[in-house]
Ligand binder design. Structure first.
Ligand code: SF4
Length: 259
């Protein structure tokens, strides 16, 4: 039996376990490990509110959202319905420390959708994507480079809640959250997706190669052309990425007939 767990020690234990062997806290996880331990973890989850674990063994994000929130107003526009679900979501450990869920924003009929990895501190506080330094750089790329207002594109992330200390989202967090992004993509139906950085590339396309290699090609997701490039925060750290980023953006603009 695990002695009483504080939320910090529980998270540290889970992160350590996840480094040894990737898992998702679902029915299979419960089946695979000692049931006493699983029940202790589940109890602690319930107590600390890390994950809203139902009493019965049913752990899918949509079940949790449906079982814990007010019914979603079906008269809302499609994107707002998805936002309402994400606002009630506590399906992964990132819910515990978020200030605001960062759903995404922009034109619901956008031709271009930018996808990053997850909110940072500024985004967590404001509830808006890409508003910190990296976000300001992305806005410059859109407005000064592509010559369109930021409001004309749609911007979202792989995970909707801030990973602590701006670490990359863990595989199980991304897996848990990506359904919301997939719904956003299928509602907006952009003509082109521009993935910013390796986390977006890995989780949407399943590609794990280096960015320098991956950006030599274009891809498809659900019939939509996909371009990959460096995350603006990498650009802030290393100016040498400026040129390749601009080349990637120009590729997307050419495809969309913008130049
Ligand atoms: S990151 Fe996504 S899956 Fe995790 S709690 Fe936030 S909205 Fe839910």
């Amino acid at each position: 039996m695990i002695p009483s767990l504080s939320s910090e020690s529980l998270e540290a234990w889970l992160l350590w376990q996840n480094q040894l062997q990737f898992f998702t806290f679902d029915e299979n996880f419960v089946k695979e490990i000692n049931s006493d331990i699983a029940e202790e973890i589940a109890k602690s989850f319930r107590k600390t509110g890390f994950v809203s674990v139902p009493q019965t063994a049913s752990f899918s994000a949509s079940t949790i959202v449906k079982s814990t929130g007010e019914p979603i107003d079906e008269s809302l526009p499609p994107l707002e319905r998805v936002r309402a679900k994400a606002e009630r979501c506590s399906a992964c450990r990132l819910a515990a420390k978020r200030t605001k869920m960062v759903f995404g924003e922009g034109n619901p009929d956008a031709n271009i959708m930018f996808i990053g990895e997850g909110p940072g501190e500024d985004e967590d506080l404001s509830g808006r994507p890409f508003v910190g330094k990296a976000g300001q750089l992305l806005t410059k790329i859109i407005e000064n480079g592509m010559k369109i207002p930021r409001e004309q594109v749609y911007i979202a992330n792989i995970v909707k809640c801030r990973p602590p200390a701006n670490r990359d989202p863990m595989p199980d967090e991304a897996q848990c959250c990506i359904g919301f992004l997939k719904e956003q993509i299928s509602i907006v139906k952009p003509k082109a997706l521009i993935l910013l950085g390796k986390v977006a590339m890995k989780n949407l396309l399943g590609i794990e190669s280096s960015m320098s290699k991956a950006r030599e090609a274009t891809y498809e997701y659900d019939g939509i052309k996909v371009f990959v490039t460096y995350h603006p925060s990498a650009l802030l750290r290393n100016e040498a990425y400026k040129r390749p980023v601009w080349e990637d953006i120009k590729k997307a603009m050419k495809y969309l007939g913008m130049m």
